[in-house]
Design a protein around this ligand. Structure first.
Ligand SMILES: Cc1cc2nc3c(=O)[nH]c(=O)nc-3n(C[C@H](O)[C@H](O)[C@H](O)COP(=O)(O)O)c2cc1C
Length: 311
């Protein structure tokens, strides 16, 4: 009888070692304690926290979410307790889980806020990696850092000097060329890029003739954006050398596989957490089964292995 070799699901992103490549996306998993009664948190590849800013933020007016065809719109507006309270109240629980904690951060006004936040996190051994959220569509600003090549390069270069921790730059789909921005993040010294954040969107209540969101506009997520995300991962994979963390509408194993085959080294589950909190763990099991069935011993045999169509 031929002995089956169990597939190896581990992956390295910069100096960050993950036991498996399935993580949860920023803003859709709180600070993990919210999900402790639903899933075995230790089985996740990593946890990405809600984005934290220097000072506490109250977020946008309600309603902050609404359903859309195959997706949802949100305009949370980065509600969070601020970095000091996060470190004091949220980080101890995250540390106890025993898997890599990736802290997502954003600036409200100036890029220097990123520098201060990175310096604070750099001192904390329980923080495995830092995700630079330069792509949140729910701030009052009109232009995002992730919409400008020069600003992306400058920001990543600035914070790269301040930490040896794994740096992940989260990119926006609301751009004309994702590859130019991904290349800028790579050039600045980012260890990986995460894509995509939400797509700008709006929904209207036709009976009241009002926007459905209190902030009028928001970010679209869920299966509706998956083809956009897969295309952007594939485009970036063909241009950059650093790993890609893919996300956008992943709900099950087949949708996760699309991202790996397009070139993602790891994936994040976002909106699906609201519908099925077990989605990420089910994807992990499904990935093992797929790799076994296809005799893939490690993820390298899967990542970016897209074949041309045969007519
Ligand atoms: C309610 C909600 C809140 C979010 N908050 C954040 C956030 O704080 N920081 C961030 O980088 N992305 C945030 N996102 C974006 C997700 O992390 C993810 O990039 C996006 O939703 C696409 O993945 P999905 O379709 O699987 O949800 C949020 C998304 C949702 C739905």
């Amino acid at each position: 009888m031929v002995k089956q070799i169990l597939p190896n699901l581990s992956v390295k992103i910069g100096n960050l070692e993950l036991k498996n490549p399935v993580m949860v996306a920023s803003g859709t998993f709180g600070y993990a304690s919210e999900f402790k009664d639903f899933i075995d948190l230790k089985k996740l590849g990593a946890i990405v926290t809600k984005t934290i800013t220097l000072k506490p933020r109250q977020g946008n007016p309600t309603p902050r979410t609404c359903e859309t065809p195959s997706g949802m719109l949100n305009s949370i507006g980065l509600e969070n307790p601020g970095m000091e309270k996060f470190i004091q109240d949220k980080l101890p629980f995250l540390k106890k889980i025993g898997i890599p904690v990736i802290v997502s951060i954003a600036a409200e006004e100036t890029p220097e806020e990123f520098a201060i936040l990175v310096q604070k996190l750099d001192r904390l051994p329980e923080v495995a990696a830092i995700e630079l959220n330069i792509s949140c569509p729910n701030l009052a600003k009109t232009q995002l850092i992730a919409q400008d090549v020069k600003e992306t390069l400058e920001l990543v270069t600035l914070v790269r000097k301040l930490t040896n921790k794994c740096l992940i730059t989260k990119l926006s789909p609301n751009v004309s060329s994702i590859t130019q921005i991904a290349l800028a993040a790579q050039l600045g010294g980012s260890d990986a890029v995460a894509l995509i954040n939400t797509l700008g969107g709006m929904s209207i209540d036709v009976h009241k003739r009002t926007p459905k969101l209190g902030a009028w506009v928001g970010g679209l997520s869920g299966p509706a954006i998956r083809p956009v995300a897969v295309k952007m991962v594939w485009e970036a994979y063909n241009k950059i050398k650093i790993p890609i963390i893919g996300m956008g509408g992943i709900i099950d194993i087949d949708s996760a596989l699309e991202f790996f085959i397009a070139g993602a080294a790891a994936v994040s589950v976002g909106t699906a957490n609201f519908v099925n909190p077990r989605a990420s763990l089910e994807i992990n099991v499904g990935l093992k089964e797929y790799m076994l069935a296809n005799q893939l011993q490690n993820l390298t045999a899967l990542i970016g292995r897209l074949k041309a169509c045969k007519n």
